[in-house]
Design a protein around this ligand. Sequence first.
Ligand code: PMP
Length: 356
Amino acid sequence: MSRVYNFSAGPAALPEEVLQQARDEMLDWEDSGMSVMEMSHRGKEFTSIAEAAEADLRDLMAIPDNYKVLFLQGGASSQFAAIPMNLLRGKKGADYVNTGSWSKKAIAEAKRYCDVNVAAETSMCTPSQGDLNLNADAAYVHYTPNETIQGVEFPYVPETGDVPLIADMSSTILSRPVDVTKFGMIYAGAQKNIGPAGLTVAIVREDLIGDAMTDTPTMFNYSTMADAGSMYNTPPTYGWYLAGLVFKWLKGKGGLQAVAEVNERKAAKLYEYIDSSTLYSNPVAADSRSWMNVPFVLANSDLDASFLNEAKDNGLVTLKGHRSVGGMRASIYNAMSEQGVQALIDFMVDFEKRNG
Ligand code: PMP
């Protein structure tokens, strides 16, 4: 067996140790005689798995007791609708910051339910705090701390006063420590830094729960999900279990501060090389460059196909940029090792020598 370095934006590479543990436990989880996939979600075995995963996530992110942690389905995209349904709380409008493709999707969905005030709109950079045109009457402020497609990441957490701040952290959660108390809600699709696709994690401040729009579907209602411990219906049990293994793996690495140091080094090294090269370039403002998704273009796009083919021959895969922006993108989430990033740089250097 030979594993590649997988730079996919999501579903993304998972830590090899986690996959090995899942393999070892596949047929018989802790002498239960069953795979986790075969367990009742209400049985004592799965209950212990679910509780441990939540406890480890709370520990990793220092989530205070007055926040609920929900293990949901439907992807981050379902939250684009669930957020206005649950969090408007009788108000007419909400503020949205537009920094790229995922912000736009969140805005389009929110417009079905409320007046959207676009508090700032930027391209290839993030707005400064002073550029945010916030409405004191807004039900909440929504933003995308890391735009997965453009590779644009906020270097700061916006201040929104008494208005709850809602963050789509799909592609940056667990990449570095965050102060959860600054947020009304944090949510993320799992398939980048948490685990396999199919699970969505939401961390919601308790006082914001309980005032959903009357037409809110039961499955979208945070109150229902919180009261039922995310088990109103059958939750995505195997994804929840794998997420738990990833949380333990992160704790074993020393927690989010330690992980952040590695992530910062990986990103710095790759951007430094891209900036020094004449063949490759990255269009994002220096202070807004993502640690997790590094897009770059080749000076001559005729070389794109051979770049991708040769990278693949070198065990470096899924480097093609999103279809909406083209070029290349290296997603370097927590599970991408420093060796993986170095292997990519070594290949890029060699490719540039031959084609620059
Ligand atoms: N928001 C961001 C920032 C994302 O990167 C993605 C997925 N790439 C989504 C939302 C949509 O997530 P999902 O596919 O889980 O609905």
